[in-house]
Structures are given as C-alpha cells and as structure tokens.
Design a protein around this ligand. Structure first.
Ligand SMILES: O=P(O)(O)OC[C@H]1O[C@](O)(CO)[C@@H](O)[C@@H]1O
Length: 446
C-alpha cells in the first residue's frame, strides 16, 4: 500500500537530524495521549479514531441523503463558516472539474457556499442567481449561534420557502449541528428537517470526516467511502510506522524544530490550483490550533507557479523567518503534451512532445532548490494521485500531525479562545441585547 510521503531532506541545511529527532519520544508520547485522550483539551479528541469508528450504516445514510438532494436540486448551498465549510470546500474543489461552473458535463449538483462572510453584495448576488435555480440548503453550525451562517440561513430559508413552499423546503434543507443543544438543533427539530450530528467531542476544524464534510462531498458526487478509507489508512499508518517513516510525527517534529530556529511562518505551497482550498482548510486547522499564548507558527499559503510571479520574490529574498511545505501530486489525472510549432517563435520546441506535468515538476524542483539556496527550508508532502483516497490520507495526516505539533508546542490544540474578541466587539457595536456594558465601553473608544 502506497501512502503519502514526507520528505524533510531539503530542511536539513537549516536544522540537524538530531534537532528533529530530539522530538521522537515526545511526539510518540503525544500521539498516544491523543489516542488515549489524556492530553490538553482531551474533551475534543473524538476525531482521532473517527475514520475507524464511522460505520457503513452512517456512510450509507449520508449517501442516501445526498441522493435525495441530488434528485431535487441543481445547486446545494452549504451554509457554514470555518470548520463548518472549509473541509467540504477543500475536498470538493480538489476533486471537481476546474470548470465546473460552466457545467462541464457534471450531473451532480453544484455546491456553493454561504455564511462564510457577511458581504451584502455576496448575499444579494447569491440570492438573485438562485431565483431561477432549483436549490437546497445544507446548514452547518456546531454552536448554532454563529452570526455569519445565521444571517445567510435566515435569508436563504425564507427565500426557499417562498419559492417552493414550506413543505418542499423542508425536504430540501438538511441541518448538521449538535445532538441536543443550540438554536439550530431547536429549529431543525421544530421544522422537521433531516439532521446529522456533529459529535460533542469533535471541534469544527477537525470535523471534515463527520457529516459536516461528508454530506456536501457526497452531494458533489465524490466517493466518501474512499475518502474515509484513505483517512483510515493514515490513521493506522501513523500509529504503526517508525518515527523516521511516520509522515505525521516527522512533520510535527520538523516544523517545531524549525520554529525553534526562528522560522515562525510556514507557507503551504501547491503546484495544482485544485489544492488551493486544502490550504485554506489547513490554515484554520493550524492557525486556530497553535496560535495562542503568544506562540505558534503563522500558517500562510501560495499557489505555484502563479504566485512565483508575485510572492516568489519575497520568499526568495525577503525576511528569513519562513519555511515552506510543498504538496506535490506525483501523477496527474490527465495527459497533455506540448505541441511542436514550425515557426518556434517562442523557442518552446525543446519541450515539444513533453508532458505539461514534466515542466511543472521541474518548476517545482527548481523552486525548491532556489528557495533552499535563498535560506528557506523546504518540506515536501507527496501524494501519489489526487483522488478521494489520498485526500483522505492527507486530511488525516494534517489533523493528527496538528494535534501532536500543538502538544509539542505545549498549547491546547483544541480550543480557540481568541476568536471571541472580534465577536464580542461586533456584538457591542451592534448593541446586541446582553452586551450593554460592552457597548458603553466600546463607544467611549470611538
Ligand atoms: O460551527 P460553528 O459553531 O458555527 O462554528 C464555526 C467556526 O467558528 C469557530 O468557532 C470560530 O469562531 C470555529 O472554530 C468554527 O469552525
């Protein structure tokens, strides 16, 4: 069985093997404490064995719900923010045809997203376009009280009920939320929506392998059983593999060793734009998990080679506080050859007959070497292919490595207290009932 691989060779000019291997024992210990639920934030480690715990019956239920939505709608709007949508978007965009929006032969509904911002123009344009489209809603909120999705859901629910009637709207709305508490649970029970549960012990950013990610991924027509099988394969491998062959432990150890050497920013790079939103998901995962107590690596991302023509300058010659982790896909899913041209004005004939991917791979290798020469340590994560199975491996790899890495950093990787600061200011400024004191204080500052 081939797995995704991590190569740390191009970081060894900056950090020694000893400096990485000094985390061997602690990272193994942290992995065990994640599995046994004995570390910080242990109320939220329900995701650790999710791939092996999820049952065939649960997956079948998700697939059946996806099918009934598919039969009814052309568009499914996933309403959620942060961990309630980023995982689904990451996988759907990685697996979708790049030009899905032109309806490139896809019979599955188009999955759109709302509630991930509070832009009036976004909501206007979305509701406007949906007037002439058969749509459904998958509303996802663990707490049920997050402002952004609550606003979007209110608008979309009202619109759908007006468009197709309350009875039919009920058939087209699925709610994914807490088992027993919260505003969305109450509403879903009142209205009789089909619901799925976000387990209590799984936080939003670790929830992609629950119905939160799996339902929208199934609606888009992707194989959720293969995704979960990939995650399970990485769950097993991360427990069984020796430290030097264990991508998750080695990644956690290497990034912490680099951090201790002053590399405070990690840039996740890809050479396939389909992976753009995997990086968006990864940024929440690592940013919310590690950025606390005035510590943590700042997670950033780039799409190469596009961003070599913008951010490339900074990475090559800017402040030397960064390292780069490249996600590389070994084998593309299609073949395109560079054609011969008799005039050869662009001097490209030396590439004629070669695959486009060969050029991409040389750009990747050339960039890694240049960045190393410029003082940027490089890690490489290689996926054999971009498909459900290896995406499942990748997601679980990043999750388990994040838990271990957070424990090495000695933070609780499962809380996000800092996110409340903006919310409380926003509520004070909006004069939300219950925030009178905060409103008074904030107004004095303006
Ligand atoms: O699913 P909910 O409760 O609406 O939360 C959405 C997101 O908001 C946060 O709680 C931060 O505000 C994230 O951790 C979470 O993924």
């Amino acid at each position: 069985m081939e797995h995704i691989k991590l190569s740390i060779d191009k970081s060894l000019d900056f950090v020694s093997k000893e400096e990485i291997f000094k985390f061997e024992e602690s990272s193994k210990k942290h992995l065990i404490s994640l599995h046994e639920g004995t570390g910080k934030g242990n109320d939220y480690v329900g995701w650790v064995d999710l791939p092996s715990r999820i049952t065939e019956a649960e997956l079948n239920d998700i697939e059946a719900t996806a099918k009934s939505l598919k039969d009814k709608v052309e568009v499914l709007v996933v309403v959620g923010i942060g961990g309630s949508y980023l995982g689904a978007k990451a996988v759907n965009d990685a697996l979708a045809h790049s030009f899905d929006h032109l309806n490139a032969g896809d019979e599955n509904p188009l999955v759109l997203y709302a509630g991930q911002n509070i832009s009036e123009d976004y909501l206007y344009e979305l509701t406007d376009i949906l007037k002439s489209i058969e749509f459904g809603i998958c509303v996802i909120s663990k707490s049920g009280t997050t402002t952004e999705p609550a606003i979007a859901f209110r608008l979309l629910k009202e619109m759908l009920e007006e468009k197709v009637g309350k009875e039919e709207a009920r058939e087209r709305i699925v709610a994914i939320t807490d088992e027993s508490k919260g505003a969305l649970r109450t509403l879903a029970d009142q209205e009789g929506y089909k619901t799925f549960v976000i387990p209590d012990n799984v936080g939003g950013r670790y929830s992609v392998l629950t119905p939160v990610g799996l339902l929208p991924i199934a609606v888009a027509g992707h194989d959720i059983k293969a995704l979960v099988a990939g995650a399970k394969s990485m769950q097993d491998y991360s427990v069984a593999a020796a430290f030097d062959e264990n991508p998750a432990l080695l990644y956690a150890a290497t990034r912490n060793a680099l951090y201790q050497k002053g590399k405070g920013i990690e840039i996740l790079a890809n050479y396939n734009p389909k992976l753009h939103n995997v990086a968006e998901w990864w940024k929440q995962l690592y940013g919310e998990s590690e950025g606390k107590e005035n510590k943590g690596i700042f997670p950033a991302s780039v799409d190469f080679t596009s961003d070599l023509h913008s951010m490339g300058q900074y990475i090559q010659e800017g402040q030397r506080n960064i390292f780069e982790t490249v996600i590389s896909v070994a084998k593309p899913n299609h073949t395109v050859l560079i054609p011969e041209d008799k005039d050869n004005l662009d001097k490209l004939n030396y590439l004629a007959g070669k695959r486009v991917d060969e050029v991409n791979k040389m750009a990747e290798l050339g960039t890694q070497l240049a960045h190393v020469d410029g003082g940027v340590p490089n890690l490489q994560i290689e996926m054999p292919q971009l498909n459900e199975f290896y995406l499942g491996e990748l997601l679980y790899f990043f999750e388990i490595a994040c838990g271990v890495s957070g424990y090495i950093l000695d933070v609780n990787p499962f809380d996000q207290p800092g996110v409340e600061a903006y919310k409380s200011n926003m509520f004070a400024l909006l004069e939300k009932p219950g925030f009178e004191e905060e409103t008074k204080k904030i107004k004095e500052r303006l």
